[in-house]
Design a protein around this ligand. Sequence first.
Ligand code: BTN
Length: 246
Amino acid sequence: MNYKRLEPVFFQLDSVDSTNTYAAKLLKEGKPLNGTAVLTKRQILGKGQRGNSWLSDPDLNLTFSVIVYPGISTERVYFLNMVTSLAVLSGISTLSDQVTIKWPNDILVGTKKIAGILIENQFRGEQISSSILGIGVNINQVEFGPGLNATSLKVLTEKDYSIDQIFESIYGHLDFYLNILMEQNFGLLSKLYRERLFGLEQERFFSDSSGRFSGIIKGVDEDGLLMILRKEGLKKYDLKEVRFEL
Ligand code: BTN
């Protein structure tokens, strides 16, 4: 398939409840161009994974959502996680080495989270008709609420960063990795994602419905399941089935 470059149409909002929710509204009301992005420096009710909220202090961080029409089948849905994680990682990895991807799509430096991703897909039959790629990156914030295992570029480097420049860098990388997806080069994406997977080939602790256990992370399969080598053998886990400890 011929890849159509992302169209840089940017909605810069002073403040908004959630950029994902705003992007969903745009999709409902019309047909925004592939690449349309909604950005704000003041997100009031940011949404996180598993129904959590995403907290971001005003004017200090990057919060945005990009609308894309990936044209892939639902069974390849996990590749959107890979593409988005790789784009965020590449967008900030010149500023901080040691960035990794914690399955499925948390971006870590060391064991602390520096960015989060929330992807919301719309389906038509067996196809993903559109996707909202929601990205939050901690940039110039230095204090995080108690219990939040978070870090930021400023905490790591003691420097301030231009939020707009980091947006441009991530957006450019998104275009790059989506191109690889459109070329159906699934093998390459899986390889790049695997290379940056947090805890790969390391023994880690997890918990599932039967309790806590240890195992070695062997990678992620083509359906996006986490493969863990346990005493009993290789097991595969879906997102809701396992949590892993940092
Ligand atoms: C997570 O790690 O829990 C996912 C966090 C995703 C946060 C981003 S910020 C921009 C976009 N809009 C939202 O409401 N959420 C995502």
